[in-house]
Design a binder for this molecule. Structure first.
Ligand code: ADP
Ligand code: MG
Length: 161
């Protein structure tokens, strides 16, 4: 399934999708999160990290641009790196910070505001787009690689229960 559309009636549903995604992720994956300010990108990432066992506070790394979390997924330690590129001034900043090396087979990279990374950001396996709806949010997940397809196939999200 290459494309999947879901409705998230409330914040709890967004959190549930984040938690379900955590179970479906595999090391090496790159996930782009699209959506306006307040769409729910950080809410989803926070739920994903908590479901992966991280117990501390999760806030968007607005000024540091990237925050790593050591978590355990499927009995294996993996580093989930949460990027928020909203305040990144230029793509060069991404390169100078050495962020490209963060994208490898041992990490899972979740990127808010990938648009700001433009030409320097590694390609995604999955693009997730959150859109404000009359009630709640609509979300579309799109797989762009075999790894992304396998992840979406593992994703067990039962909407609106
Ligand atoms: P972003 O990171 O995209 O800027 P945040 O996650 O910081 O957005 O904020 C999203 C806001 O929307 C939060 O106040 C959260 O409570 C709310 N929210 C998240 N998901 C939903 C939903 N499905 N329906 C309604 N409100 C939601
Ligand atoms: Mg955010």
């Amino acid at each position: 399934m290459q494309r999947r559309q879901l409705h998230l009636p409330d914040e709890a549903a967004t959190a549930r999708l984040g938690a379900d995604l955590a179970q479906a992720l595999a090391p090496g994956l790159v996930l782009y999160l699209h959506g306006d300010l307040g769409a729910g990108k950080t809410t989803l990432t926070r739920a994903l990290l908590h479901a992966a066992g991280y117990q501390g506070r999760v806030k968007s790394p607005t000024y540091t641009l990237a925050e790593p979390y050591e978590v355990k997924l499927a009995e294996r330690m993996v580093t989930v790196i949460h990027f928020d590129l909203y305040r990144m001034a230029s793509p060069e900043e991404f390169l100078e910070a050495g962020f490209r090396e963060h994208f490898n087979e041992n990490t899972i990279c979740v990127v808010e505001w990938p648009e700001k990374g433009d030409t320097v950001l590694p390609a995604p396996d999955i693009e997730l787009t959150l859109v404000l709806a009359a009630h709640g949010r609509d979300v579309e997940l799109c797989a762009l690689s075999d790894k992304g397809l396998e992840c979406l196939a593992r994703l067990k999200f039962a909407p609106n229960l």
